[in-house]
Design a protein around this ligand. Structure first.
Ligand code: 13P
Length: 249
């Protein structure tokens, strides 16, 4: 089965509404035609404006986080249906910055993934080991635990729209990209895990993105790996010209 690649920008806590609109306007003419789907995870405040601006373009707008509850007294939180209402089509869940800085657990992330599916948002579920874990030779154990803990039991159709992002924590924002070989081996491990749980068809359908210091000069080699189906791009997604070079890997 051929999997369509996804190149997803994760803007993190960058860009105002005006900056987001102008980014989408500049990026759109730079990406057509593109072999990959182009996703942008923008700040909550910019979702509506970016989605409106992206309407006549292939750019898909999404969010970077959400709560698993439908509504209620949860000051400062945001619900899946609010994201949908604003125009988000997907949501990043369990990013390492959420896990590390805001203490999100596998259990919480699993509830969010369940909710995202219920509300029709495509989840991009992030996993990744830190440097100490990799150096101790425990990377695969850590990833397996995160996969087991963060993913609910999925139906065949949910598997089709599930996206996993492998983001080694030591490669995020550090300029230290995982070698294509490390990334490939790790992606293969994740796909094998999916296969052992859901069978070969599911394993060949799931898309696994790589994230961590992806740049125009390393994307080509990463995308040549058979189990790398795209990228989750932080810093290099903030400028349309740089991001478009990654899209045209
Ligand atoms: P950088 O591309 O800035 O390393 O960030 C990666 C990331 O965290 C994407 O979600």
């Amino acid at each position: 089965m051929s999997r369509q690649a996804i190149i997803c920008g994760n803007w993190k806590m960058y860009k105002t509404i005006e900056e987001s609109k102008s980014f989408v306007k500049s990026l759109a003419p730079l990406i057509e035609p593109s072999q990959a789907l182009v996703y942008l995870a923008v700040p909550f405040t910019a979702i509506k404006a970016a989605a409106d601006e992206a309407q006549e373009t292939p750019i898909v707008i999404g969010a970077q986080n959400m709560n698993d509850i439908s509504e209620g007294a949860f000051t400062g939180e945001i619900a899946a249906r609010m994201l949908k209402d604003a125009g988000a089509a997907f949501v990043i869940l369990g990013h390492s910055e959420r896990r590390q800085i805001f203490g999100e657990t596998d259990e919480f992330i699993r509830r969010k993934v369940t909710k995202a599916f219920q509300e029709g948002l495509e989840p991009i579920v992030c996993i990744g080991e830190n440097l100490k874990e990799r150096e101790a030779g425990h990377a695969h154990d850590v990833l397996q635990k995160q996969l087991e803990g963060s993913l609910p039991t999925l139906t065949a159709s949910q598997i089709q729209s599930l996206v996993i992002a492998y983001e080694p924590v030591w490669a995020i924002g550090t300029g230290k990209v995982a070698t294509a070989e490390i990334a490939q081996t790790t992606h293969q491990f994740c796909r094998e895990w999916i296969k052992s749980k859901y069978g070969p068809e599911a394993a060949s359908a799931v898309r696994i993105l790589y994230g961590g210091s992806v740049k125009p000069d390393n994307i080509t080699e990463l995308m040549q790996q058979p189990d790398i189906d795209g990228a989750l791009v932080g810093g290099a997604s903030l400028q349309p010209d740089v991001f478009s070079q990654i899209i045209h890997y």
